[in-house]
Design a protein around this ligand. Sequence first.
Ligand SMILES: Nc1ncnc2c1ncn2[C@@H]1O[C@H](COP(=O)(O)OP(=O)(O)OP(=O)(O)O)[C@@H](O)[C@H]1O
Length: 266
Amino acid sequence: MSPPLLAVEHVAVHIGGLVAIADMSFEVPAGRIVSLIGPNGAGKTTAFNVITGYMPPTKGRVLFEGQPLSGLPPERIAARGVVRSFQRTSIFGACTVFENALMALHLRGRAGVFGALLRLPSARREEERLRAEAVALLELVGLADRAGTVASVLAYGEQRRLGIALAVAARPRLLLLDEPAAGLNPSETAECTALIRRLRDERNITVLLVEHDMAMVMRISDTVVVLNQGRIIAAGPPDAVRDDPEVIRAYLGAVPEADGVLHAPA
Ligand SMILES: Nc1ncnc2c1ncn2[C@@H]1O[C@H](COP(=O)(O)OP(=O)(O)OP(=O)(O)O)[C@@H](O)[C@H]1O
């Protein structure tokens, strides 16, 4: 049997005297959407930092396709296909949407700056290929009609989708999304949800999500992993997790709203 795409094995993170993660183990199988949820301070961002190499675990290890990632710097981890999209997007506001996509693809491209400067035929062919890929990328995230727009004037939801496009340009096998729905209105959240499904279904990208919007999490996830005070207290399909008494206790103060979904306290 092949190993899961990502396996987090008994990871602990101590920062000074503080235990950010006490003991965390979970798996992300290929082709799934897995959400990591939990109250504020539960350790979700720390988990992302460890998986992507921004923070060393005090104990435990992270395996990608059965190979340990621990000790590798973030860029080597990204090169293996574990790519993170930050909550605050790293788009270039002064450039157009198309230029943003093209730049992100160039960062991954092979022709190199010298080839482009010398206008070698191979570099020109590569440039044409990347331009076509940029168009496809913008179609994927629903921004093809905004290609000529300067990124800084995009609506907030559009900027978030451009941020995801830039992460997708790095050809992730596993994409980690940090609160993609934060600050989005309901229709933007619906677009974002549809986009994440398309990433999986059309690009074969496995997704690990940290998200506070529980309605979105319950709708989109194959598996929900619940962290509380640095420990996993539940993991499973959304319905099972939602009804788990310990999860309900962790979210105490949360009110089930009209949609019947548990909402995390603000
Ligand atoms: N660099 C750091 N220095 C000190 N403490 C930290 C650091 N990073 C995280 N922590 C602490 O570790 C714990 C877990 O934090 P983390 O940011 O991972 O939680 P979170 O679940 O992402 O919370 P939120 O939902 O509010 O983003 C918290 O108590 C936090 O204060």
